[in-house]
Design a protein around this ligand. Structure first.
Ligand SMILES: [Zn+2]
Length: 309
């Protein structure tokens, strides 16, 4: 009975063990069906980067207001002391992290599972899931909203790419560093599945579950295929597929940029056309065979048994 209770209660909180009733727990919430919740992936973070930079670059921070400090990482009280007076010099993305570089250091931001960063006019009412406001001197606010509180900020005065969160990450999928030769040399002699390889951020960043499914379908490779069986030609197809799928999503995101600079509505995730993800039992868009779904490494995995081998 006690163990049943523990197992049930642990599910709602990201803490190691949480015995509080769900209503009293202030830990980050774990969604009941993680795979079905659209989480910000590389294209959403890239679009956020492009959306928040123009209205804020070159402007000075006036103050920071923290409504809820218990996020993925506790919001450091240091921020309220160091940020005011500093000018935002650069906004970049590395993997799913946003790097906001100021005069004296860099604010590393992560959107977690449900976070969004938007620029709103000063005085915009704070809603229940709005946790951190950074007020700039031109009366614009960078606002972190995050119902599940897996997002957060970390301040660093060191080289941000050397920070412990970033230093061991794999190459960017849209950069030249991710090419067929690179992939071929890294899959050789690896026995793990190619889908888990794609989703391992120490090997390659920014390819989440949906995009891994879609890229493997486009390349004609089964998600559960062992890495070591991939030929150079298969690696070429897969690299091209990953770049195509992510680029399309970023292009779709461009149309929603306005959502990052007003207070209306949600910065909705991109309505890209999914060829295979979430289509279990439906006819394959290429051959008509029913799309199959399996759990692979506890993640929803979809493929066409005819088009992918
Ligand atoms: Zn098919």
């Amino acid at each position: 009975m006690r163990w049943a209770l523990v197992l049930f209660e642990v599910r709602h909180c990201a803490g190691a063990l949480c015995f509080l009733p769900v209503q009293q727990c202030t830990g980050p919430l774990i969604p009941p069906h993680q795979d079905l919740v659209p989480v910000p992936e590389l294209p959403e973070v890239e679009t956020t980067c492009r959306g928040i930079a123009p209205p804020l670059l070159g402007h000075q921070v006036e103050k920071i207001a923290v409504q809820q400090s218990r996020l993925r990482w506790p919001v450091s009280p240091l921020l309220a002391r160091v940020l005011p007076g500093q000018t935002l010099a650069k906004v970049e993305r590395r993997a799913k992290y946003l790097l906001l570089t100021f005069d004296a250091g860099t604010l590393i931001a992560h959107l977690g599972m449900s976070g969004s960063l938007r620029v709103v006019p000063a005085g915009t009412p704070v809603m229940p899931h709005d946790h951190v406001d950074i007020l700039f001197s031109h009366h614009r606010v960078l606002r972190l909203t995050d119902p599940r509180r897996f997002g957060g900020f970390v301040w660093t005065e060191q080289q941000p790419l050397q920070h412990r969160l970033l230093k061991d990450l794999g190459p960017e999928p849209l950069s030249d560093a991710f090419g067929a030769d690179w992939l071929f040399s890294h899959v050789s002699r690896r026995k793990r599945t190619i889908k888990s390889f794609l989703m391992d951020s120490h090997l390659l960043v920014g390819v989440g579950n949906i995009y891994a499914n879609e890229a493997l379908f486009l390349a004609g490779i089964r998600p559960d295929r062992s890495c070591e069986t991939l030929t150079l030609a298969a690696c070429q197809a897969l690299v091209a597929a990953v770049k195509t799928v992510l680029s399309k999503a970023i292009a779709a995101g461009g149309t929603s940029l306005k959502n990052f600079v007003n207070s209306e509505g949600e910065p909705g995730w991109f309505a890209i056309e999914l060829a295979v993800y979430g289509r279990a039992g439906q006819p394959c868009t290429r051959c008509g065979e029913a799309v199959r779904d399996v759990r692979l490494h506890s993640r929803s995995t979809f493929f066409c048994p005819n088009c992918q081998c």
